[in-house]
Design a protein around this ligand. Structure first.
Ligand code: API
Length: 278
């Protein structure tokens, strides 16, 4: 038996940002490759590669790049803050610039390189019920669910619960139930937050289409916004998630986020794997 390296497959990168892990395709200069079946097959941690989100970089006529996201169940994600930070780091590492514009389905986001750190503006929060979206008109600051969550959109839906002890929460059980609550016509991401100080929050997350993850950037932004709106914290906070620390700063022009990124490996999907995708 011999093994040969498959040179004809599809190259990809594996990254993570605070433990939120991603497969990234760089499709600049070629056609887009991701389909829903490919995202689902690749997202399988046993038969594929495994990821929390798949991100595909594409040429843009409106920004430096276009960026699309998929969850591991094959559904599209309207925003992904940690993958946006990883992609910005990858492009800044190419050299030659310290500002980038990135178009996602929610609009054009900006990333900056400041003293070696990548800062991404995830845009202003969406506070209207139909922007998040919710199923009917209501006060988004107090959703009619047990635990009194706040609804916040960051290009994707979030329900943020404030709790006394985040470790006492069954994130999987409650997260799954809230994700599929009829209040959310497009389902929702679910955050459980414990406010530790005016400038510090501990947060755990259940992501729509993926499940428990070690971090969620848009969820961290939504949590920071909800905490500030409720008067529990300042507009700039440090946030401890399961995979590390993020910093959120809700400014006039949007919620800025910084945090760690890591480029784990580069590899090639074999032709055989690609041919097996239905
Ligand atoms: N991990 C991502 C969020 C994914 C959200 C996705 N699960 C959705 O369907 O909206 C982040 O860093 O923002």
């Amino acid at each position: 038996m011999s093994t040969t390296r498959d040179q004809t497959g599809l190259p990809f990168m594996k990254w993570h940002g605070a433990g939120n892990d991603f497969v990234i395709f760089d499709s600049r200069g070629r056609s887009a490759v991701t389909t829903e079946p490919l995202a689902r097959a690749l997202g399988d941690r046993h038969r594929g590669v495994g990821f929390d989100q798949l991100a595909e970089i594409r040429d843009s006529d409106a920004a430096d790049i276009d960026l699309d996201f998929w969850n591991s169940d094959g559904s599209r994600a309207g925003a992904c803050g940690n993958a946006t930070r990883c992609v910005a780091r990858y492009l800044f590492d190419e050299g030659g610039r310290d500002r980038l514009t990135i178009r996602t389905t929610r609009g054009v986001l900006e990333a900056r390189l400041v003293d070696g750190a990548v800062h991404v503006n995830m845009g202003p929060p969406q506070m209207m019920w139909d922007e998040i979206p919710l199923s009917r008109a209501m006060d988004t600051r107090h959703l009619p669910l047990d635990g009194d969550p706040m609804g916040v959109g960051m290009g994707n839906p979030h329900a943020v619960f404030f709790v006394d002890d985040v470790n006492a929460i069954d994130v999987a059980e409650r997260g799954r139930a809230v994700e599929f609550d009829p209040l959310f016509p497009q389902r929702t991401n679910v955050e459980f937050a414990e406010v530790r100080a005016l400038d510090e929050i501990r947060m755990r997350v259940w992501e729509r289409g993926t499940g428990i993850t070690l971090a969620c950037g848009s969820g961290a932004c939504a949590t920071a916004v909800a905490a500030a709106e409720r008067g529990l914290t300042d507009r700039k906070v440090r946030m401890e998630v399961d995979g590390g620390w993020l910093t959120l700063d809700w400014r006039e022009d949007g919620v800025w986020m910084t945090g760690p990124t890591a480029h784990v490996f580069d590899a090639v999907l074999t032709k055989a794997f690609l041919e097996g995708v239905e």
